[in-house]
Design a protein around this ligand. Structure first.
Ligand code: ASP
Ligand code: MG
Length: 410
């Protein structure tokens, strides 16, 4: 029998009293195959959003300490209800808040990092044969104030607890069956992956596959914990996020992702001198603008000027354009232009490291269907292309097909 199993249940799995009762039963069943069970919970359904909405009705800019004190309550509610439901079935369970469970964080509010977990209380309860239900998303700082760790952070709470309790696997229950080769809403032939590596999952998470909180994957990677993403609505095996992918390594590409919120800004005719790019991008960074896909090109040799273009998320477009225009004046650049109907389609896979021609195949596939590539970026395990947004779903389908993702290859 396994020693301790750590499970996490997301908001969709706990959205109603019926769902809470179903999860209670699932946890009781888990207890039959493990000596101890720790369950980490998110807030019911979208209740965190409701709390944020309430805050905005009483204050334009809620002060951070009270904001955390408020929005951490969603998890308190689901944890205590779940514990009641388990006890009701004649099985011992106890709910613990982040503070009670010894989850210590940085002092910063709203996005504190978890520093360590003092597991004594959890251990004591497990020794009494209690099922321990722990609130995700929250902890306590050095001033004994409640902190939260960033939206979607319960995944990270669960992985951190699994590490602190020396578990090798952490089960994350959600409303989808696992991680797919692409978004099944864009490509009905999308296939559930049995396994995906940490690095692939990190690339996929940052590129738009929102199954897991990226920090949970980083933390799992650091501690070599396997994350098993699975559905709380059925008994199917889900996707294991782990170090090595043994099954799918034959495939050059594991998944296709899409981010439809991209825009491109170009600054034309910047003097070709050392330090310009540093000055320009530091200016954007200081104002919190995140840039991606940077391209710089020398226009001609007689007149030493560059064109620099980069992509930003649509939310940042107006601020980034304003800052770029300011900088264009300071740097005496010629002009600034923007293109706001861009999508970024990417292929991700550890298999591409050992195989030449994967990027070429992607470009060819898009080219054959007359999809123009506006920008390209790559990493060791990813190739991304910026294309027109109205071609985005077609591109996803073409690439999914071209890399044979719908069929299982052995
Ligand atoms: N309830 C929090 C949120 O909605 C944390 C989570 O669900 O993981 O962001
Ligand atoms: Mg989540």
């Amino acid at each position: 029998m396994t020693d301790i199993i750590v499970q996490k249940y997301g908001g969709s799995s706990l959205k109603s009293p019926e769902r809470i009762k179903a999860v209670a039963q699932r946890i009781i069943d888990t207890k039959k195959r493990a000596k101890s069970v720790v369950a980490v919970v998110s807030a019911m359904g979208k209740s965190t959003n409701e709390l944020i909405g309430l805050a905005s009705q009483v204050s334009e800019q809620p002060i951070a300490r009270e904001y955390d004190a408020l929005i951490s309550n969603g998890e308190n509610i689901s944890a205590s209800l779940l514990s009641m439901a388990i006890n009701d079935r004649g099985v011992k369970a106890i709910s613990l808040t982040g503070a009670q469970a010894g989850i210590r964080t940085e002092s910063l509010h709203k996005k504190a990092k978890i520093l360590d977990v003092r597991t004594q209380r959890i251990q004591d309860e497990l020794d009494k044969d209690q099922i321990v239900i722990i609130t995700g998303f929250q902890g306590i700082n050095q001033y004994d104030d409640i902190t939260t760790i960033g939206r979607g952070g319960s995944d990270t709470s669960a992985v951190v607890l699994a590490a602190a309790l020396r578990c090798q696997e952490c089960e994350i229950y959600t409303d989808v069956d696992g991680v797919y080769t692409t978004d099944p809403r864009l490509e009905p032939a999308a296939r559930k992956l049995t396994e995906v590596t940490y690095d692939e999952m990190l690339e996929m998470a940052s590129l738009g596959a929102k199954v897991l909180h990226p920090r949970s994957v980083e933390c799992a990677k650091e501690n070599e914990i396997t994350i098993h993403v699975r559905s709380s609505f059925n008994e199917h095996e889900g996707t294991r996020v782990r170090k090595e992918s043994v099954m799918e390594v034959n495939q050059p590409v594991t998944g296709v992702t899409l981010n439809e919120q991209e825009s491109i800004i170009s600054i034309v005719g910047v003097p070709d001198q050392p330090g310009i790019a540093g000055r320009f991008f530091s200016y954007l960074a200081q104002q919190g603008v995140n840039v991606d896909m940077i391209i710089q090109s020398v226009e001609n040799k007689t007149e030493p000027v560059n064109n620099i273009s980069f992509s930003v998320l649509e939310d940042d477009l107006s601020l980034a354009t304003k800052l770029t225009e300011e900088m264009a004046q300071t740097l005496k650049a010629k002009s600034v232009s923007t293109d706001s109907s861009i999508a970024k389609v990417s292929i991700v896979g550890v298999g591409m490291m050992s195989r030449p021609g994967v990027a070429a195949q992607m470009f060819q596939t898009l080219g054959e269907s007359n999809i123009n590539i506006k920008r390209i970026t790559t990493s060791e395990i990813k190739v991304s292309c910026a294309i027109d947004r109205d071609k985005a779903s077609q591109a996803v389908q073409l690439l999914h097909d071209a890399f044979g993702l719908a069929v299982v290859t052995q």
